[in-house]
Design a protein around this ligand. Structure first.
Ligand code: ATP
Ligand code: MG
Length: 571
Protein backbone atom coordinates (compact mmCIF):
# COMPACT_ATOMS: atom_id res chain seq x y z
CA UNK A 1 0.00 0.00 0.00
CA UNK A 2 1.16 3.50 -0.82
CA UNK A 3 0.84 5.89 2.09
CA UNK A 4 -0.55 8.55 -0.24
CA UNK A 5 -3.38 6.22 -1.26
CA UNK A 6 -4.50 5.13 2.17
CA UNK A 7 -5.96 7.07 5.08
CA UNK A 8 -3.73 7.43 8.13
CA UNK A 9 -4.62 10.68 9.90
CA UNK A 10 -1.79 10.81 12.45
CA UNK A 11 -1.87 13.48 15.15
CA UNK A 12 1.07 15.30 16.70
CA UNK A 13 -0.60 16.26 19.95
CA UNK A 14 -1.66 14.04 22.80
CA UNK A 15 -5.43 13.77 23.05
CA UNK A 16 -6.97 15.04 26.24
CA UNK A 17 -9.61 12.32 26.63
CA UNK A 18 -7.22 9.37 26.51
CA UNK A 19 -5.80 8.25 29.86
CA UNK A 20 -3.95 5.19 28.69
CA UNK A 21 -0.89 5.31 26.51
CA UNK A 22 -2.36 2.59 24.28
CA UNK A 23 -5.53 4.60 23.75
CA UNK A 24 -3.45 7.69 23.08
CA UNK A 25 -1.35 5.87 20.50
CA UNK A 26 -4.38 4.41 18.70
CA UNK A 27 -5.80 7.91 18.32
CA UNK A 28 -2.52 9.59 17.41
CA UNK A 29 -1.51 6.82 15.05
CA UNK A 30 -4.73 7.24 13.09
CA UNK A 31 -6.06 3.79 14.00
CA UNK A 32 -9.34 4.82 15.58
CA UNK A 33 -11.66 7.77 16.08
CA UNK A 34 -14.28 8.23 18.74
CA UNK A 35 -17.89 8.75 17.68
CA UNK A 36 -19.40 8.82 21.17
CA UNK A 37 -18.50 7.54 24.62
CA UNK A 38 -17.40 3.90 24.20
CA UNK A 39 -18.13 3.93 20.47
CA UNK A 40 -15.25 3.96 18.03
CA UNK A 41 -14.68 3.86 14.30
CA UNK A 42 -11.88 1.63 13.06
CA UNK A 43 -9.74 3.27 10.38
CA UNK A 44 -7.77 1.38 7.69
CA UNK A 45 -4.76 0.53 9.89
CA UNK A 46 -7.00 -0.72 12.71
CA UNK A 47 -9.10 -2.72 10.29
CA UNK A 48 -5.96 -4.53 9.16
CA UNK A 49 -4.96 -5.27 12.77
CA UNK A 50 -8.46 -6.55 13.54
CA UNK A 51 -8.44 -8.71 10.41
CA UNK A 52 -5.05 -10.18 11.24
CA UNK A 53 -5.92 -10.97 14.83
CA UNK A 54 -9.36 -12.32 13.85
CA UNK A 55 -7.74 -14.60 11.34
CA UNK A 56 -5.32 -15.98 13.90
CA UNK A 57 -8.20 -16.65 16.27
CA UNK A 58 -10.28 -18.12 13.45
CA UNK A 59 -7.48 -20.48 12.43
CA UNK A 60 -6.97 -21.68 15.99
CA UNK A 61 -10.72 -22.17 16.49
CA UNK A 62 -11.01 -24.12 13.24
CA UNK A 63 -7.98 -26.20 14.18
CA UNK A 64 -9.74 -27.08 17.45
CA UNK A 65 -12.75 -28.29 15.49
CA UNK A 66 -15.01 -25.30 16.11
CA UNK A 67 -17.41 -24.28 13.33
CA UNK A 68 -17.84 -20.65 12.35
CA UNK A 69 -21.36 -19.25 12.15
CA UNK A 70 -22.91 -15.79 12.42
CA UNK A 71 -25.78 -15.07 14.75
CA UNK A 72 -27.91 -11.96 14.66
CA UNK A 73 -27.03 -9.06 16.92
CA UNK A 74 -30.69 -8.09 17.18
CA UNK A 75 -32.62 -10.62 19.21
CA UNK A 76 -36.21 -10.83 20.47
CA UNK A 77 -36.55 -10.37 24.21
CA UNK A 78 -38.37 -13.71 24.56
CA UNK A 79 -35.18 -15.66 24.07
CA UNK A 80 -33.59 -13.78 26.95
CA UNK A 81 -36.71 -14.14 29.06
CA UNK A 82 -36.51 -17.90 28.65
CA UNK A 83 -33.08 -18.04 30.26
CA UNK A 84 -34.08 -15.56 32.95
CA UNK A 85 -31.32 -13.17 31.99
CA UNK A 86 -33.66 -10.52 30.62
CA UNK A 87 -34.24 -9.62 34.27
CA UNK A 88 -30.69 -10.03 35.50
CA UNK A 89 -28.54 -8.32 32.85
CA UNK A 90 -29.48 -4.91 34.16
CA UNK A 91 -28.75 -1.73 32.26
CA UNK A 92 -25.74 -3.18 30.47
CA UNK A 93 -28.14 -4.81 28.02
CA UNK A 94 -29.31 -2.50 25.27
CA UNK A 95 -33.06 -2.84 24.83
CA UNK A 96 -35.30 -1.42 22.18
CA UNK A 97 -38.67 -1.87 20.53
CA UNK A 98 -39.22 -2.65 16.89
CA UNK A 99 -41.98 -1.01 14.83
CA UNK A 100 -44.51 -3.58 16.07
CA UNK A 101 -43.77 -2.59 19.65
CA UNK A 102 -41.98 -5.88 20.16
CA UNK A 103 -39.26 -5.93 22.86
CA UNK A 104 -35.81 -6.57 21.41
CA UNK A 105 -32.24 -6.55 22.66
CA UNK A 106 -28.86 -5.94 21.07
CA UNK A 107 -26.85 -8.95 22.17
CA UNK A 108 -23.82 -8.51 24.41
CA UNK A 109 -23.25 -12.26 24.36
CA UNK A 110 -24.98 -15.14 22.60
CA UNK A 111 -25.63 -18.05 25.00
CA UNK A 112 -29.38 -17.60 24.50
CA UNK A 113 -29.25 -17.39 20.70
CA UNK A 114 -26.95 -20.35 20.24
CA UNK A 115 -28.84 -22.54 22.68
CA UNK A 116 -32.15 -21.78 21.01
CA UNK A 117 -30.46 -22.57 17.70
CA UNK A 118 -29.55 -26.12 18.72
CA UNK A 119 -32.63 -26.75 20.87
CA UNK A 120 -34.81 -29.19 19.02
CA UNK A 121 -32.12 -29.84 16.41
CA UNK A 122 -29.56 -31.65 18.51
CA UNK A 123 -31.35 -34.92 19.06
CA UNK A 124 -28.73 -37.51 19.77
CA UNK A 125 -25.47 -37.86 21.67
CA UNK A 126 -24.00 -38.84 18.31
CA UNK A 127 -24.26 -35.22 17.13
CA UNK A 128 -21.89 -34.06 19.85
CA UNK A 129 -19.40 -32.69 20.73
CA UNK A 130 -20.41 -29.56 18.87
CA UNK A 131 -18.56 -26.25 18.99
CA UNK A 132 -20.04 -23.18 17.26
CA UNK A 133 -18.32 -19.81 17.18
CA UNK A 134 -18.53 -16.39 15.61
CA UNK A 135 -16.47 -13.24 15.39
CA UNK A 136 -18.90 -10.39 15.68
CA UNK A 137 -19.90 -7.06 17.12
CA UNK A 138 -21.33 -6.95 20.63
CA UNK A 139 -23.25 -4.24 22.45
CA UNK A 140 -22.99 -3.54 26.15
CA UNK A 141 -24.05 -0.27 27.69
CA UNK A 142 -21.09 -0.35 30.09
CA UNK A 143 -21.42 1.75 33.22
CA UNK A 144 -17.96 3.16 32.70
CA UNK A 145 -16.89 2.89 29.09
CA UNK A 146 -13.26 3.92 29.17
CA UNK A 147 -9.75 3.33 27.97
CA UNK A 148 -10.72 3.36 24.29
CA UNK A 149 -11.19 -0.11 22.84
CA UNK A 150 -10.50 -1.74 26.20
CA UNK A 151 -14.02 -1.11 27.44
CA UNK A 152 -16.29 -0.01 24.66
CA UNK A 153 -20.06 -0.05 24.43
CA UNK A 154 -19.76 -1.58 20.98
CA UNK A 155 -16.85 -3.96 20.42
CA UNK A 156 -15.88 -7.12 18.58
CA UNK A 157 -15.70 -10.48 20.29
CA UNK A 158 -14.97 -14.02 19.30
CA UNK A 159 -17.49 -16.12 21.13
CA UNK A 160 -17.61 -19.90 21.00
CA UNK A 161 -20.12 -22.28 22.55
CA UNK A 162 -19.68 -26.01 23.14
CA UNK A 163 -22.29 -28.72 23.53
CA UNK A 164 -21.34 -32.08 25.00
CA UNK A 165 -23.18 -35.21 26.01
CA UNK A 166 -21.01 -36.21 28.98
CA UNK A 167 -18.77 -34.52 31.54
CA UNK A 168 -15.77 -36.45 30.20
CA UNK A 169 -16.39 -35.20 26.70
CA UNK A 170 -16.98 -31.66 28.00
CA UNK A 171 -13.63 -31.69 29.81
CA UNK A 172 -11.93 -32.42 26.49
CA UNK A 173 -13.89 -29.69 24.66
CA UNK A 174 -12.98 -27.19 27.38
CA UNK A 175 -9.30 -28.09 27.29
CA UNK A 176 -9.25 -27.73 23.50
CA UNK A 177 -10.46 -24.16 23.83
CA UNK A 178 -7.88 -23.42 26.53
CA UNK A 179 -5.14 -24.77 24.26
CA UNK A 180 -6.49 -22.78 21.30
CA UNK A 181 -6.42 -19.62 23.41
CA UNK A 182 -2.79 -20.06 24.39
CA UNK A 183 -1.92 -20.74 20.75
CA UNK A 184 -3.81 -17.69 19.44
CA UNK A 185 -2.40 -15.24 21.97
CA UNK A 186 1.09 -16.57 21.48
CA UNK A 187 0.80 -16.06 17.71
CA UNK A 188 -0.34 -12.50 18.43
CA UNK A 189 2.98 -11.98 20.21
CA UNK A 190 1.87 -12.03 23.81
CA UNK A 191 2.06 -14.39 26.72
CA UNK A 192 -1.12 -14.67 28.75
CA UNK A 193 -1.73 -16.08 32.19
CA UNK A 194 -4.71 -18.32 32.85
CA UNK A 195 -6.36 -17.58 36.16
CA UNK A 196 -9.39 -18.88 38.01
CA UNK A 197 -12.31 -16.49 37.93
CA UNK A 198 -15.81 -16.03 39.18
CA UNK A 199 -18.66 -17.22 36.97
CA UNK A 200 -20.73 -14.09 37.68
CA UNK A 201 -23.86 -13.48 35.63
CA UNK A 202 -22.98 -16.37 33.31
CA UNK A 203 -23.99 -18.85 35.95
CA UNK A 204 -22.28 -22.19 35.70
CA UNK A 205 -19.58 -23.93 37.59
CA UNK A 206 -16.05 -22.83 36.93
CA UNK A 207 -14.36 -20.25 34.81
CA UNK A 208 -10.97 -19.03 33.76
CA UNK A 209 -9.68 -15.73 32.50
CA UNK A 210 -6.74 -15.16 30.20
CA UNK A 211 -4.81 -12.17 31.40
CA UNK A 212 -2.08 -10.02 30.00
CA UNK A 213 -0.01 -8.85 32.94
CA UNK A 214 0.92 -5.18 32.75
CA UNK A 215 2.77 -2.65 34.88
CA UNK A 216 0.60 0.28 33.86
CA UNK A 217 -2.77 1.49 35.14
CA UNK A 218 -4.49 -0.33 32.27
CA UNK A 219 -4.84 -3.48 34.32
CA UNK A 220 -8.42 -3.35 35.50
CA UNK A 221 -8.06 -6.64 37.31
CA UNK A 222 -5.87 -7.71 40.18
CA UNK A 223 -4.49 -11.22 40.10
CA UNK A 224 -3.23 -13.08 43.13
CA UNK A 225 -0.68 -15.66 42.22
CA UNK A 226 2.21 -17.58 43.70
CA UNK A 227 5.74 -16.83 42.52
CA UNK A 228 5.93 -20.12 40.59
CA UNK A 229 2.37 -19.86 39.25
CA UNK A 230 1.16 -22.93 41.17
CA UNK A 231 -1.92 -20.85 41.97
CA UNK A 232 -3.41 -17.92 40.09
CA UNK A 233 -6.85 -16.38 40.49
CA UNK A 234 -8.35 -12.99 40.07
CA UNK A 235 -9.06 -11.05 43.22
CA UNK A 236 -12.81 -11.74 43.05
CA UNK A 237 -12.22 -15.46 43.15
CA UNK A 238 -8.98 -15.88 45.10
CA UNK A 239 -8.93 -18.11 48.16
CA UNK A 240 -6.20 -18.42 50.78
CA UNK A 241 -5.22 -20.43 53.80
CA UNK A 242 -5.52 -18.38 56.96
CA UNK A 243 -2.33 -18.26 59.00
CA UNK A 244 -3.30 -15.63 61.55
CA UNK A 245 -2.53 -16.46 65.16
CA UNK A 246 -5.78 -16.31 67.06
CA UNK A 247 -5.86 -15.90 70.83
CA UNK A 248 -8.94 -18.01 71.43
CA UNK A 249 -10.21 -18.63 74.95
CA UNK A 250 -11.41 -22.18 75.51
CA UNK A 251 -14.09 -21.29 78.01
CA UNK A 252 -17.17 -19.53 76.56
CA UNK A 253 -17.95 -16.47 78.64
CA UNK A 254 -21.19 -14.63 79.33
CA UNK A 255 -22.31 -11.96 76.88
CA UNK A 256 -21.73 -8.45 78.10
CA UNK A 257 -22.67 -5.07 76.64
CA UNK A 258 -19.92 -2.52 77.10
CA UNK A 259 -19.96 1.27 76.66
CA UNK A 260 -17.49 2.17 73.97
CA UNK A 261 -18.11 5.86 73.40
CA UNK A 262 -16.58 7.16 70.18
CA UNK A 263 -15.21 3.76 69.16
CA UNK A 264 -16.89 3.14 65.80
CA UNK A 265 -14.12 1.84 63.58
CA UNK A 266 -12.26 -1.45 63.93
CA UNK A 267 -9.12 0.49 64.83
CA UNK A 268 -10.88 2.44 67.57
CA UNK A 269 -12.59 -0.64 69.00
CA UNK A 270 -9.35 -2.61 68.97
CA UNK A 271 -7.60 0.23 70.80
CA UNK A 272 -10.44 0.61 73.27
CA UNK A 273 -10.33 -3.06 74.29
CA UNK A 274 -6.57 -3.30 73.73
CA UNK A 275 -6.93 -6.47 71.65
CA UNK A 276 -5.81 -7.60 68.22
CA UNK A 277 -8.28 -6.98 65.39
CA UNK A 278 -8.55 -10.77 65.03
CA UNK A 279 -10.64 -10.74 68.24
CA UNK A 280 -13.28 -8.64 66.50
CA UNK A 281 -15.90 -9.45 63.90
CA UNK A 282 -16.76 -6.82 61.31
CA UNK A 283 -20.48 -6.63 60.60
CA UNK A 284 -21.38 -4.93 57.34
CA UNK A 285 -24.90 -4.42 56.09
CA UNK A 286 -25.55 -4.77 52.38
CA UNK A 287 -28.64 -4.47 50.26
CA UNK A 288 -28.85 -7.51 47.98
CA UNK A 289 -31.49 -6.92 45.29
CA UNK A 290 -33.17 -4.61 47.76
CA UNK A 291 -33.08 -7.04 50.70
CA UNK A 292 -30.88 -6.56 53.79
CA UNK A 293 -27.95 -8.94 54.33
CA UNK A 294 -25.22 -8.64 56.94
CA UNK A 295 -21.78 -9.99 56.22
CA UNK A 296 -19.49 -10.99 59.08
CA UNK A 297 -15.77 -11.21 58.51
CA UNK A 298 -12.94 -11.25 61.02
CA UNK A 299 -11.82 -7.79 62.14
CA UNK A 300 -8.54 -7.92 60.23
CA UNK A 301 -10.19 -8.83 56.91
CA UNK A 302 -12.47 -7.30 54.28
CA UNK A 303 -15.59 -8.57 52.54
CA UNK A 304 -15.27 -9.92 49.01
CA UNK A 305 -18.47 -8.58 47.50
CA UNK A 306 -18.43 -11.04 44.61
CA UNK A 307 -18.25 -13.99 46.98
CA UNK A 308 -21.00 -12.40 49.06
CA UNK A 309 -23.22 -11.87 45.99
CA UNK A 310 -22.77 -15.51 45.10
CA UNK A 311 -23.53 -16.59 48.67
CA UNK A 312 -26.92 -14.86 48.55
CA UNK A 313 -27.54 -15.24 44.81
CA UNK A 314 -27.80 -11.48 44.34
CA UNK A 315 -27.74 -9.70 41.01
CA UNK A 316 -27.13 -6.30 42.51
CA UNK A 317 -25.32 -5.86 45.79
CA UNK A 318 -24.63 -2.52 47.41
CA UNK A 319 -23.37 -1.44 50.80
CA UNK A 320 -26.32 -0.17 52.81
CA UNK A 321 -26.78 3.56 53.26
CA UNK A 322 -26.88 5.20 56.68
CA UNK A 323 -30.67 5.26 56.86
CA UNK A 324 -30.88 1.60 55.81
CA UNK A 325 -28.43 0.64 58.57
CA UNK A 326 -30.58 2.45 61.10
CA UNK A 327 -33.74 0.84 59.72
CA UNK A 328 -32.52 -2.77 59.69
CA UNK A 329 -30.12 -2.89 62.67
CA UNK A 330 -31.66 -0.22 64.85
CA UNK A 331 -28.24 1.34 65.43
CA UNK A 332 -25.98 3.84 63.70
CA UNK A 333 -23.05 3.23 61.35
CA UNK A 334 -20.07 1.71 63.14
CA UNK A 335 -22.03 -0.15 65.79
CA UNK A 336 -23.61 -2.94 63.77
CA UNK A 337 -23.61 -6.50 65.06
CA UNK A 338 -25.40 -9.77 64.30
CA UNK A 339 -27.20 -10.18 67.61
CA UNK A 340 -30.93 -9.52 67.73
CA UNK A 341 -31.36 -8.80 64.02
CA UNK A 342 -34.75 -9.58 62.54
CA UNK A 343 -35.54 -10.36 58.92
CA UNK A 344 -31.92 -9.88 57.91
CA UNK A 345 -29.85 -12.65 56.35
CA UNK A 346 -26.59 -13.24 58.23
CA UNK A 347 -23.72 -14.54 56.13
CA UNK A 348 -20.75 -15.51 58.25
CA UNK A 349 -17.24 -16.27 57.11
CA UNK A 350 -15.76 -19.53 58.48
CA UNK A 351 -12.89 -17.52 59.99
CA UNK A 352 -15.47 -15.91 62.29
CA UNK A 353 -17.07 -19.20 63.32
CA UNK A 354 -13.62 -20.31 64.56
CA UNK A 355 -13.44 -17.41 67.03
CA UNK A 356 -14.56 -17.60 70.64
CA UNK A 357 -15.61 -14.73 72.88
CA UNK A 358 -15.28 -12.12 70.15
CA UNK A 359 -16.46 -8.54 69.96
CA UNK A 360 -19.25 -7.11 67.79
CA UNK A 361 -21.30 -3.92 67.63
CA UNK A 362 -24.44 -3.82 69.81
CA UNK A 363 -26.65 -2.06 67.23
CA UNK A 364 -26.77 0.76 69.77
CA UNK A 365 -24.85 4.03 69.56
CA UNK A 366 -21.62 3.85 71.61
CA UNK A 367 -21.97 0.22 72.65
CA UNK A 368 -20.32 -3.09 71.78
CA UNK A 369 -21.00 -6.63 72.91
CA UNK A 370 -18.16 -8.84 74.11
CA UNK A 371 -17.84 -12.61 74.61
CA UNK A 372 -19.88 -13.33 71.49
CA UNK A 373 -20.00 -16.86 70.11
CA UNK A 374 -21.48 -17.78 66.77
CA UNK A 375 -24.29 -20.35 67.05
CA UNK A 376 -24.84 -19.57 70.71
CA UNK A 377 -25.62 -15.87 70.44
CA UNK A 378 -26.84 -15.64 66.87
CA UNK A 379 -27.53 -18.05 64.06
CA UNK A 380 -25.92 -17.59 60.69
CA UNK A 381 -28.17 -17.99 57.65
CA UNK A 382 -25.14 -19.34 55.87
CA UNK A 383 -21.48 -19.95 56.68
CA UNK A 384 -19.43 -19.34 53.58
CA UNK A 385 -16.09 -17.94 52.47
CA UNK A 386 -16.77 -14.24 51.88
CA UNK A 387 -13.31 -12.91 52.75
CA UNK A 388 -11.23 -10.92 50.30
CA UNK A 389 -7.80 -12.48 49.83
CA UNK A 390 -4.84 -10.12 49.69
CA UNK A 391 -1.19 -10.16 48.83
CA UNK A 392 0.93 -11.77 51.51
CA UNK A 393 -1.74 -14.41 52.22
CA UNK A 394 -0.75 -18.06 51.82
CA UNK A 395 -1.96 -20.34 49.06
CA UNK A 396 -2.92 -23.96 49.71
CA UNK A 397 0.65 -25.13 49.04
CA UNK A 398 2.00 -22.66 51.58
CA UNK A 399 3.54 -20.20 49.12
CA UNK A 400 2.97 -16.50 49.43
CA UNK A 401 0.42 -14.78 47.19
CA UNK A 402 1.69 -11.85 45.21
CA UNK A 403 -0.49 -9.27 43.44
CA UNK A 404 -0.26 -8.48 39.75
CA UNK A 405 -2.23 -6.21 37.52
CA UNK A 406 -3.82 -7.71 34.43
CA UNK A 407 -6.00 -7.00 31.43
CA UNK A 408 -8.57 -9.69 30.71
CA UNK A 409 -8.29 -10.67 27.06
CA UNK A 410 -10.41 -13.77 27.05
CA UNK A 411 -12.29 -16.18 29.21
CA UNK A 412 -13.73 -19.65 29.31
CA UNK A 413 -16.84 -20.63 31.26
CA UNK A 414 -18.11 -24.01 32.27
CA UNK A 415 -21.82 -23.38 31.97
CA UNK A 416 -23.14 -26.77 32.98
CA UNK A 417 -26.79 -27.18 31.95
CA UNK A 418 -28.15 -23.78 32.97
CA UNK A 419 -28.96 -22.64 29.43
CA UNK A 420 -29.69 -26.03 27.90
CA UNK A 421 -32.32 -26.70 30.56
CA UNK A 422 -33.86 -23.25 30.33
CA UNK A 423 -34.01 -23.26 26.54
CA UNK A 424 -34.68 -26.95 26.03
CA UNK A 425 -31.43 -28.06 24.38
CA UNK A 426 -31.90 -31.75 25.16
CA UNK A 427 -30.77 -34.95 23.50
CA UNK A 428 -31.13 -38.68 23.91
CA UNK A 429 -28.10 -40.35 25.48
CA UNK A 430 -26.81 -43.83 24.72
CA UNK A 431 -29.35 -45.33 27.12
CA UNK A 432 -32.17 -43.48 25.35
CA UNK A 433 -32.72 -41.03 28.22
CA UNK A 434 -33.42 -37.35 27.56
CA UNK A 435 -30.62 -35.16 28.93
CA UNK A 436 -29.73 -31.45 28.74
CA UNK A 437 -26.49 -30.68 26.85
CA UNK A 438 -23.46 -29.76 28.92
CA UNK A 439 -22.32 -26.37 27.71
CA UNK A 440 -19.29 -24.11 27.75
CA UNK A 441 -18.84 -20.57 26.51
CA UNK A 442 -15.60 -18.93 25.46
CA UNK A 443 -14.85 -15.28 24.63
CA UNK A 444 -11.90 -13.37 23.25
CA UNK A 445 -11.83 -9.59 22.96
CA UNK A 446 -10.94 -9.02 19.34
CA UNK A 447 -10.74 -5.24 19.67
CA UNK A 448 -9.53 -5.16 23.28
CA UNK A 449 -6.59 -7.46 22.65
CA UNK A 450 -4.71 -5.29 20.11
CA UNK A 451 -4.96 -2.30 22.42
CA UNK A 452 -3.70 -4.39 25.31
CA UNK A 453 -0.80 -5.46 23.10
CA UNK A 454 0.07 -1.79 22.60
CA UNK A 455 -0.10 -1.24 26.35
CA UNK A 456 2.58 -3.90 26.59
CA UNK A 457 4.68 -2.99 23.56
CA UNK A 458 5.39 0.69 23.00
CA UNK A 459 8.04 3.29 23.70
CA UNK A 460 7.96 7.09 23.95
CA UNK A 461 7.82 7.36 20.15
CA UNK A 462 4.92 5.05 19.50
CA UNK A 463 3.65 1.53 19.04
CA UNK A 464 5.87 -1.54 18.56
CA UNK A 465 3.59 -4.12 16.89
CA UNK A 466 4.32 -7.83 17.06
CA UNK A 467 4.75 -8.97 13.48
CA UNK A 468 1.66 -11.18 13.20
CA UNK A 469 -0.88 -8.51 14.05
CA UNK A 470 0.95 -5.46 12.69
CA UNK A 471 -1.09 -3.68 10.01
CA UNK A 472 1.91 -4.06 7.68
CA UNK A 473 5.21 -5.79 8.29
CA UNK A 474 7.41 -3.23 6.55
CA UNK A 475 7.50 0.53 6.33
CA UNK A 476 9.45 1.62 3.27
CA UNK A 477 10.80 5.16 3.44
CA UNK A 478 12.73 6.94 0.71
CA UNK A 479 14.21 10.04 2.35
CA UNK A 480 13.79 12.22 -0.69
CA UNK A 481 11.55 11.11 -3.53
CA UNK A 482 12.70 13.98 -5.73
CA UNK A 483 15.94 12.05 -6.16
CA UNK A 484 15.51 9.70 -9.04
CA UNK A 485 17.78 6.94 -7.71
CA UNK A 486 15.85 6.81 -4.45
CA UNK A 487 12.48 6.81 -6.16
CA UNK A 488 13.52 4.03 -8.52
CA UNK A 489 14.95 1.91 -5.73
CA UNK A 490 11.84 2.45 -3.61
CA UNK A 491 9.56 1.34 -6.45
CA UNK A 492 11.74 -1.70 -7.11
CA UNK A 493 11.79 -2.75 -3.45
CA UNK A 494 8.06 -2.09 -3.11
CA UNK A 495 7.39 -4.38 -6.04
CA UNK A 496 9.81 -7.07 -4.88
CA UNK A 497 8.25 -7.23 -1.39
CA UNK A 498 4.71 -7.24 -2.76
CA UNK A 499 5.64 -10.02 -5.17
CA UNK A 500 6.75 -12.08 -2.18
CA UNK A 501 3.46 -11.46 -0.40
CA UNK A 502 5.10 -9.28 2.25
CA UNK A 503 2.81 -6.52 3.59
CA UNK A 504 4.52 -3.23 2.98
CA UNK A 505 3.46 0.35 3.53
CA UNK A 506 5.41 2.56 1.14
CA UNK A 507 5.71 6.12 2.39
CA UNK A 508 5.55 7.90 -0.96
CA UNK A 509 4.46 11.22 0.53
CA UNK A 510 6.32 14.37 -0.27
CA UNK A 511 7.03 14.99 3.40
CA UNK A 512 10.25 15.82 5.19
CA UNK A 513 12.24 12.79 6.35
CA UNK A 514 11.65 13.79 9.99
CA UNK A 515 7.89 13.66 9.55
CA UNK A 516 8.08 10.27 7.88
CA UNK A 517 10.31 8.82 10.59
CA UNK A 518 8.05 10.16 13.35
CA UNK A 519 4.96 8.73 11.70
CA UNK A 520 6.69 5.40 11.11
CA UNK A 521 7.70 5.15 14.78
CA UNK A 522 4.21 6.18 15.85
CA UNK A 523 2.31 3.56 13.84
CA UNK A 524 4.92 0.99 14.85
CA UNK A 525 5.41 -1.35 11.87
CA UNK A 526 7.97 -4.00 12.88
CA UNK A 527 10.53 -3.38 10.11
CA UNK A 528 11.68 -0.15 8.50
CA UNK A 529 13.63 0.15 5.25
CA UNK A 530 15.19 3.56 4.67
CA UNK A 531 16.54 4.62 1.31
CA UNK A 532 19.00 7.50 1.41
CA UNK A 533 21.60 8.90 -0.95
CA UNK A 534 24.63 8.03 1.11
CA UNK A 535 24.09 4.32 1.50
CA UNK A 536 22.57 4.03 -1.95
CA UNK A 537 25.87 5.15 -3.47
CA UNK A 538 27.26 1.78 -2.32
CA UNK A 539 24.11 -0.02 -3.41
CA UNK A 540 22.77 -0.32 0.16
CA UNK A 541 19.58 0.51 2.00
CA UNK A 542 19.08 0.66 5.76
CA UNK A 543 17.15 -2.07 7.52
CA UNK A 544 15.94 -1.53 11.07
CA UNK A 545 13.60 -3.28 13.47
CA UNK A 546 11.18 -0.96 15.30
CA UNK A 547 12.01 -2.77 18.53
CA UNK A 548 15.76 -2.40 18.14
CA UNK A 549 18.18 0.51 18.13
CA UNK A 550 20.70 -0.44 15.50
CA UNK A 551 20.22 -0.60 11.78
CA UNK A 552 22.03 -2.73 9.26
CA UNK A 553 23.06 -1.96 5.71
CA UNK A 554 21.70 -4.40 3.15
CA UNK A 555 22.42 -4.61 -0.58
CA UNK A 556 19.31 -3.67 -2.53
CA UNK A 557 19.25 -7.02 -4.30
CA UNK A 558 19.30 -8.87 -0.95
CA UNK A 559 16.56 -6.89 0.71
CA UNK A 560 13.75 -9.44 0.43
CA UNK A 561 15.85 -12.15 2.03
CA UNK A 562 17.05 -9.76 4.75
CA UNK A 563 13.46 -8.73 5.55
CA UNK A 564 12.39 -12.36 5.83
CA UNK A 565 15.34 -13.16 8.05
CA UNK A 566 14.67 -10.22 10.32
CA UNK A 567 10.95 -11.05 10.51
CA UNK A 568 11.85 -14.58 11.56
CA UNK A 569 13.72 -13.45 14.61
CA UNK A 570 11.27 -10.72 15.66
CA UNK A 571 8.36 -11.21 18.04
P1 ATP B 1 -14.92 -7.57 31.88
O1 ATP B 1 -14.79 -8.29 33.19
O2 ATP B 1 -13.66 -6.93 31.42
O3 ATP B 1 -16.12 -6.68 31.83
P2 ATP B 1 -16.45 -9.72 30.88
O4 ATP B 1 -16.24 -10.74 31.92
O5 ATP B 1 -17.69 -8.92 30.87
O6 ATP B 1 -15.20 -8.73 30.82
P3 ATP B 1 -17.03 -11.51 28.70
O7 ATP B 1 -18.45 -11.23 28.78
O8 ATP B 1 -16.66 -12.86 29.07
O9 ATP B 1 -16.20 -10.41 29.47
O10 ATP B 1 -16.45 -11.20 27.25
C1 ATP B 1 -15.37 -11.92 26.67
C2 ATP B 1 -14.26 -10.98 26.29
O11 ATP B 1 -14.75 -9.85 25.57
C3 ATP B 1 -13.53 -10.38 27.46
O12 ATP B 1 -12.54 -11.26 27.92
C4 ATP B 1 -12.91 -9.13 26.85
O13 ATP B 1 -11.71 -9.43 26.17
C5 ATP B 1 -13.95 -8.72 25.85
N1 ATP B 1 -14.80 -7.63 26.36
C6 ATP B 1 -15.76 -7.72 27.30
N2 ATP B 1 -16.34 -6.53 27.51
C7 ATP B 1 -15.73 -5.65 26.65
C8 ATP B 1 -15.90 -4.27 26.39
N3 ATP B 1 -16.82 -3.54 27.01
N4 ATP B 1 -15.11 -3.70 25.43
C9 ATP B 1 -14.19 -4.43 24.77
N5 ATP B 1 -13.99 -5.74 24.99
C10 ATP B 1 -14.74 -6.36 25.91
MG1 MG C 1 -18.13 -7.02 31.63
Amino acid sequence: MRWSKTYIPTLRQNQSDAELVSHQLLLRGGFIRKLASGIYLYLPLMQRVIDKFSNIVREEMNRAGALEITMSVLCPAEVWQQSGRYDTMGKEQIRLKDRHDHDMVLCGTHEESVTSLVAGELKSYRQMPLNLYQIQVKFRDEIRPRFGLMRGREFIMKDAYTFDATEESFAISYQKMVDAYFAAFSRAGIEVQKVESDTGAMGGKAAHEFMLLVDTNAGEETILTTENGSYAANLEKAVFVDKAEIENESELKELETVDTPGAATILEVKKFFDVKSTRLAKTILYMADGKPVVALVRGDRDVNEVKLSNAVGAVELEMAKEEEILKYTGGPVGYSGPIGLKDVQIIVDPLVTKLTNFIVGANVDGKHIINVNCGRDFNPTKVMDITLARKGDKSADGSKLIAKSGIELGNTFQLGTKYSEALGAKFLNEAGEEMPCIMGSYGIGITRTPQAVIEKYHDDKGIIWPKNIAPYLVCLIPINLEKEAQAETAEAIYKALNDEGIDVLYDDRKERAGVKFNDADLIGLPIRITIGDKSLQDGNVELKARSEKDMELVKVENIVEAVKKMANRLN
